[in-house]
Design a protein around this ligand. Sequence first.
Ligand code: GAP
Length: 514
Amino acid sequence: MASQEEGLKKLIAHSKEYGFVFPSSEIYDGLGAVYDYGQNGVELKNNLKRFWWDSMVLLNENVVGIDSAIFMHPTTWKASGHVDAFNDPLIDNKDSKKRYRADVLIEELLAKYDDKIDKEVEKAAKRFGESFDEKMYRETNPRVLDNQAKRDEIYARFVKALHDNDLGELRQIIVDNEIACPISGTRNWTDVRQFNLMFSTEMGSTSEGAMKIYLRPETAQGIFVNYLNVQKTGRMKIPFGIAQIGKAFRNEIVARQFIFRMREFEQMEMQFFVRPGDEMKWYEHWKEVRLKWHKALGLGDEKYRFHDHEKLAHYANAATDIEYEMPFGFKEVEGIHSRTDFDLASHEKFSGKNIKYFDPELKKSYVPYVVETSIGLDRTFLSIMAGAYCEEELENGDSRVVLKFNPALAPIKAAILPLVRKDGLPEKAREIMDDLKFDFKCVYDEKDSIGKRYRRQDAVGTPFCITVDQQTLEDNMVTIRYRDSMKQDRVAIKDLQKIIDDQVNIKNLLKKLA
Ligand code: GAP
């Protein structure tokens, strides 16, 4: 089995080699934590967006979409709390001059204790075989208990420090636990300071008149400031939701793990406006709906879990993450937050405009509460690449890399392959392509042996290869090869559209949510 690091490296190399993800401005050696999506990446990303969008605005009568601008009036970010509170606690190592997130250093230490404990348990499980009682071992083994006690103590201090916003205590935890800089190996640390994550730029043509504006760090605020526009023009009644897909920007300090933590990324967010007091009911509802969506991607139900937040963001009264088991452990892909009336009430205060909703059933006005679902498109993309990537040894001694995407998400649905480049086969293959291209993203490929061409399509996850041979010219039948089973069938050209559509239609995914 590949180590976590090797697994991620392979995925990064494969993503680049097959046109999924490239480092941004690579000819200039790239730009930290910024990536471009290639010809196959963008198709996969678009399919994912479509699945999310349709699951929100088609399957829910009371959810509609918008597309708001990235630039917003700067007061938006004052009202939302981002100017004052969208910070990471940073610490520098004085010798290496490297900057770290203090909370991440401590989380990594906690993960080391978890690892130690798990390894101890694994070793014992091997030693004792069938008769091993893991629960009993965890509760009684002195080494496990010792490590667990140390971990619990650090964890309790950490959670309290985060709650109290106590930067001195965060530093003290790092010092007390002798956490060293991975570069210099020393423990020569500065104080912990807060660092705002928003990028800013200037708008306006004269230096005196220029206004400092921010690149939005979340798409949600574009929804909040438009909620009454949508409610009135769409005659929406509470409860209702507004969905949006768009770019967000954060000046992340710890930017690594490929497209997991980027400085420019894409979010798919939905704000659901509810009556005050109903928010917990809807919070539970959306938790369930969103987990189901992730599971429908087909990467394995056991790959997902909820993780409730230890420290709630400045706007939330309940929050959980949906985590996916990435090549580097369980990581957040989506946040579900009960945001109370924090944002709307704050926008009302800062703008001086009345943005209350008049509830015709209750016959009174109020500021709605909000439950939000906020999923990272790039992280979901990464989860799909990681979950779909398979290396297989074949019976004939060959091996292949295959991306086992759900067919509805696959960037290319069918490859049309004339067996040889003569005898009218290319022309026949083109005819088939010209017919299918109105419904599906197809590719035509006549170069190299048929085996090599199959391998190329496996590597980008194409569910169907359609081979045109001499016999096709006589009977209008082709060979269809299925990506996962590699089974081949002889089928009529006239049936191709239906065979492919049955597998790749996004409806297949949407129906799993019903
Ligand atoms: N509106 C709420 C909000 O933005 P968040 O938990 O900060 O909440 C939501 O972000 C999702 O956006 C995360 O679950 C993650 O998938 C994605 N995300 C956040 N920061 C990211 C980054 N730097 N790179 C890639 N995705 C990111």
